[in-house]
Write a protein that binds this ligand. Structure first.
Ligand code: GLN
Length: 496
């Protein structure tokens, strides 16, 4: 089995570890050797914590050998974390020069929970700088490549987490999703990505981008693994005042997949101009398969969808401009070498530390919040946000979930949209409304268009995350698109 350990699911690895068939050290070594093999091509990681992981694996093995049976659902499972999630003693730099070398003195709540469940942290993944971007290319350090075609982007901002799973470097990873950053890269790399309901998962220790939108969530090869990680990380946390204090009900999968009695809405605005033919065809097929599973499918309309992107690009930068004010050269990370007084120190530090996309967001956000423009932009955007939420709530009186593409396009070529921020922003048109409304959503693989993965998005009601996962599981069970793996040859393509 040695050569394929890294390919196994989190559920399987956990079972094999608990049964004594595989040691945590064997699992960790297999994953580390896969990382060594493919990282030069993929570039999913910023930091690989080999020593830390092996040390942890040895301790798990010793506990198991000593007869300990109190292991959590991720015992023996390697996991990678997006680099905006604080890890005690492990550098966390958000792919920014501003935080290069910064080592947090504490763990984020999600990391505490992962450790308590027996997971093995393998490393920190590359991302768009401070989670701002849709392609992974705004990382200050290197680009991450799409394992299906190394000339293409993996999506973003959780670029490294999605690519690491797709390239079989780790079975599962955590990302964060402010406007689509888990679902969009999951779709573009052919894996499953979930954004939980806002408030289900603690944000404590997660470097804030836009606090009213950010949510941590899992990425994996299948719905079962994603559900397993979700159940570990979700739940009450008094250190995050926006945490809802709720524990999700346990998800159980099994039996014959059926969607009898499930009502699904298809919002027509998500199929408008800009959607590629190949993507549209895959989503239409998926809708037919959902119907075959017994779901009642009906078209619906969410007219405010067209304003969601504009509202997001006021609200997210506004919150970012406030959140990023703390990076001033005094408290964290980078400080300019030479400055003439305090003001000069602030301004040089920030000019040197932040990349162009982060600066663009800070400028837009500061402008939108400035007196004289606040009502015209920020207040208006908040009003639009309320309308988007109300429209979803009305739709959920008739439907249990909504079905849309995750992205209107498949993975584009590296560099293709870098000089055109607007076209980059449009890649998130299907995912952003969900964050504005705080809803849960999951992206599952639904096939290929021109050899590139396409993602199906399922959007659920507030705190109906487990029901959403059940729907996604039924779909996955009858389609098996999630079993395809890239061959990582320079030209990419599907494995026979
Ligand atoms: N791509 C979007 C942005 O750049 C969303 C990012 C995210 O979800 N973190 O803001």
């Amino acid at each position: 089995m040695a050569g394929i350990i890294h390919k196994l699911s989190a559920a399987r690895l956990n079972r094999l570890f608990l049964g004594g068939e595989l040691s945590a050290v064997e699992i960790t070594e297999s994953v580390l050797s896969r990382i060594a093999e493919v990282e030069p091509a993929v570039g999913a990681f910023l930091t690989v914590t080999a020593e830390h992981a092996l040390d942890r694996a040895r301790k798990l093995d010793a506990r198991r050998k000593a007869g300990d049976t109190e292991f959590g659902p991720l015992a023996g499972v390697p996991i990678a974390l997006k680099d905006n999630i604080c890890t005690c003693g492990i550098e966390t730099n958000c792919a920014s020069r501003m935080l290069k070398g910064w080592v947090p003195p504490y763990d984020a709540t999600v990391v505490e929970r992962l450790r308590a469940s027996g997971a093995i942290i393998i490393g920190k993944t590359n991302m768009d700088e401070f989670a701002m971007g849709s392609s992974g290319e705004t990382s200050a350090f290197h680009v991450t490549r799409n394992p299906w075609d190394l000339d293409r982007i993996p999506g973003g901002s959780s670029s490294g987490s999605a690519a690491a799973v797709a390239a079989e470097e780790v079975p599962v990873a955590l990302g964060t999703d402010t406007g689509g950053s888990i679902r969009q890269p999951a779709a573009l790399t052919g894996v499953v990505g979930m954004k939980p309901t806002y408030g289900y998962v603690s944000r404590y220790g997660v470097v804030a981008f836009a606090s009213s939108l950010d949510q941590v969530g899992p990425i994996g090869h299948d719905v079962e693994d994603v559900a397993r990680v979700f159940q570990v990380i979700a739940g009450p946390d008094r250190r995050d005042s926006t945490n809802a204090g709720r524990t999700p009900p346990e998800v159980k999968f099994g039996g014959e997949p059926s969607l009898k009695g499930v009502r699904l809405g298809i919002p027509r605005e998500y199929f408008g101009s800009g959607i590629e033919d190949g993507v549209k065809a895959r989503i239409e097929e998926a809708i037919r398969q959902l119907e075959d599973l017994g779901a009642a499918v009906e078209e619906c309309s969410l007219p405010t969808t067209e304003y969601a992107l504009s509202a997001y690009y006021i609200i997210a930068p506004a919150e970012a401009s406030a959140n990023l004010a703390r990076f001033d050269g005094v408290r964290y990370g980078h400080r300019t070498a030479q400055a003439n007084g305090l003001h000069d120190m602030y301004s040089k530090t920030r000019a040197e530390g932040f990349g162009p996309e982060v600066k663009r967001r800070i400028m837009i956000g500061t402008y939108a919040l400035s007196s004289g423009y606040y009502d015209a932009y920020y207040k208006k955007a908040q009003q639009v946000r309320t309308l988007v939420l109300q429209e979803f709530q009305r739709a959920f009186e008739r439907f249990d979930a909504l079905v849309t593409p995750t992205t209107p396009v498949t993975a584009w070529r590296l560099g293709e949209k870098l000089d055109d921020p607007l076209s980059m922003y449009l890649a998130d048109i299907c995912t952003i409304p969900v964050n504005l409304a705080g809803l849960p959503a999951v992206s599952v693989p639904c096939g290929f268009a021109d050899g590139l993965p396409v993602g199906l998005q399922l959007i659920g009601k507030h705190f109906a995350d487990t029901q959403l996962l059940q729907i996604a599981w039924a779909y996955q069970k009858v389609t098996k698109h999630h079993e395809a793996r890239p061959n990582l040859a320079p030209k990419g393509g599907r494995q026979a």
